[in-house]
Ligand binder design. Structure first.
Ligand code: AMP
Length: 147
């Protein structure tokens, strides 16, 4: 049995995402693990929508900002050949939702990027450090180089 069975990749749609995507592609080849993808929406106003709401990536939406996020998720999902049922677009707090979906879907490795922030940014907490601290499974933090 391979060291990892199910890898959850968390992306925030920055140009550096390509570096994490490449790493995950290599990991998939090495382990044969199943892949899932998650993006948590925390920058779109969605009144009356409770945190944790899943937005199915294959349904039509009228909100144009949401549509753009959906397209980005699907582009990354297509690049990695990830089944649409394992592409997660969720309204909420990134660290919390990434950990929740990893638990719910039995992922045994979460992959995030790390910008190597320090000082105040670290004190205030980042998504990567929150996942690293609270995840119940292994976490790979891919050190991102500035593009
Ligand atoms: P940060 O801690 O905000 O610098 O982000 C580091 C990494 O956390 C990113 O490279 C992603 O892997 C992940 N991440 C940050 N924000 C989100 C988000 N909204 N949805 C999914 N993953 C995220």
């Amino acid at each position: 049995m391979s060291v990892y069975q199910h890898i959850l990749l968390a992306i925030d749609f920055l140009p550096e995402d390509d570096q994490i995507i490449q790493k995950v592609r290599d990991l998939e080849l090495l382990t044969g693990a199943k892949l899932s993808l998650i993006h948590v929406l925390d920058n779109i106003p969605m009144p009356d929508t409770p945190y944790g709401t899943v937005i199915p990536p294959d349904t039509e939406v009228t909100n144009t900002m949401l549509e753009t996020e959906k397209q980005k998720l699907n582009r990354a999902g297509d690049m990695l050949g990830i089944d649409s049922a394992r592409r997660w677009l969720i309204w909420g707090e990134p660290g919390k939702e990434i950990i929740r979906i990893a638990g719910q879907e039995n992922a045994d490795l979460i992959v995030v990027g790390s910008h190597g922030r320090h000082g105040l940014a670290l004190l205030l907490g980042s998504t990567a450090s929150s996942v690293l601290h609270y995840a119940k499974c292994d976490v790979l933090a891919v050190r991102l180089q500035d593009e």
